[in-house]
Design a protein around this ligand. Structure first.
Ligand code: SAM
Ligand code: SF4
Length: 335
């Protein structure tokens, strides 16, 4: 292993979130336009390049790898990549290999993922109502995702649900979602909607629903105990004493987690974003592609990029328009 990655603010970078495709079989209203133009295949890192990229990061101290997209499980042959990464789990260099998925392909892949060493998955699911699900995802079908959850649990994967909090859309499901998760032994995290892409002009299903309000609503029905654990990310957790289950709140717009930020994100074309809320990025594809036999240029480029990781981001909802809005879609940087 080479010198570990530490940014200018003394934060060790141990967590890489990697988008393996910009494509998706859903068109969630807060994430994508209905008519998306996707990247030509040659722009994407090949599976071999993704492997080499991750292996390099792991050699530099990344211990946690989260695969995302777009929808990671629609990338052709993606299991080859997962199987490849399992060697780093076996060697102990990688502590955790995980993914964020919309669940549509879990029925097909859950067992393979478990065999590759994946222990936990995050499944994004905003509603348990079939009609609302079709509306928010535009193209998705709820029963398929529910079968995916069954398959994941049957394969022994620990499942966490991620739900985007949307005012006037899933406010009324706060308790039913908590109960659904409690019954199935799944944790649940609510995510505040972020001003990404051209969301402001979209036919939004709902709008910003503050997690402070959501938490207050939850408190009317459950006894909440704050949990001290921090993953270095934007999530805060409570335990519902009545069910024992963990509920998280991700407030990506607040600045209060930036100090402990240990993560960077990479797009499926090899662009490294040092911070979700900043446009600054480093294109790692040229050093990767132009030097197939020599890893030194790639390592140098990674180190230089980490040296530019900013202290924090600029999202701010406190003014009328969402300031610090970035033009990228979440499906680009991978959420
Ligand atoms: N397709 C996979 C999925 O849906 O889980 C992985 C990629 S998706 C971009 C990752 C996460 O970002 C999902 O949980 C999704 O709900 C969330 N997301 C997308 N757009 C968002 C937005 N504008 N604000 C907050 N969360 C968003
Ligand atoms: Fe696809 Fe995930 Fe974006 Fe929905 S949130 S459109 S499932 S990438």
């Amino acid at each position: 292993m080479t010198e570990p990655l530490v940014d200018p603010f003394q934060r060790a970078i141990s967590y890489l979130r990697l988008s393996v495709t910009d494509r998706c079989d859903f068109r969630c209203v807060y994430c994508m336009a209905e008519n998306m133009t996707f990247l030509p295949k040659k722009e994407l890192l090949t599976l071999e390049e993704l492997d080499r990229m991750c292996t390099t990061f792991i050699g530099m101290g990344v211990e946690k790898l989260r695969i995302t997209g777009g929808e990671p499980l629609v990338r052709r042959d993606i299991m080859t990549f997962f199987r490849g990464m399992s060697r780093h789990l076996e060697s102990g260099a990688l502590q955790e290999l995980t993914l964020t998925t919309n669940g549509s392909q879990l029925e097909r892949y859950a067992a393979d993922l478990a065999a590759a060493g994946v222990r936990r998955v995050n499944v994004s699911l905003d509603t348990l109502d079939e009609e609302k699900f079709a509306r928010v995802t535009r193209w998705g079908r709820l029963p398929q995702v529910l079968r995916g959850l069954d398959a994941a649990q049957a394969a022994g994967l620990q499942v966490k649900l991620n739900a985007v909090a949307l005012k006037g859309f899933n406010e009324d499901e706060l308790l039913s979602m908590a109960e659904f998760c409690a019954r199935r032994g799944m944790d649940l995290t609510w995510i505040e909607v972020m001003p990404m892409g051209d969301m402001g002009n979209e036919d939004r299903v709902g709008q910003y629903w503050s997690l402070r309000d959501l938490r207050a609503q939850l408190e009317k029905h459950y006894t909440l105990t704050d949990l001290p654990e921090s993953t270095g990310g934007p999530a805060r957790y409570v335990r519902l004493e009545e069910t024992g289950q963990k509920v998280g709140f991700i407030t990506p717009l607040s600045h209060n987690f930036c100090e402990s930020c240990n993560r960077v994100r990479m797009t499926c074309t090899g662009q490294l974003y040092m911070c979700l809320g900043q446009e600054d990025m480093a294109d790692l594809r040229p050093p990767l592609r132009n030097h197939p036999q020599d890893n030194a240029p790639l390592e140098a480029a990674i180190r230089a990029a980490i040296g530019l990781k900013p202290k924090g981001h600029d999202f701010d909802y406190s003014r009328q328009r969402p300031d610090g809005q970035v033009s990228r879609h979440m499906s680009h940087t991978g959420g």
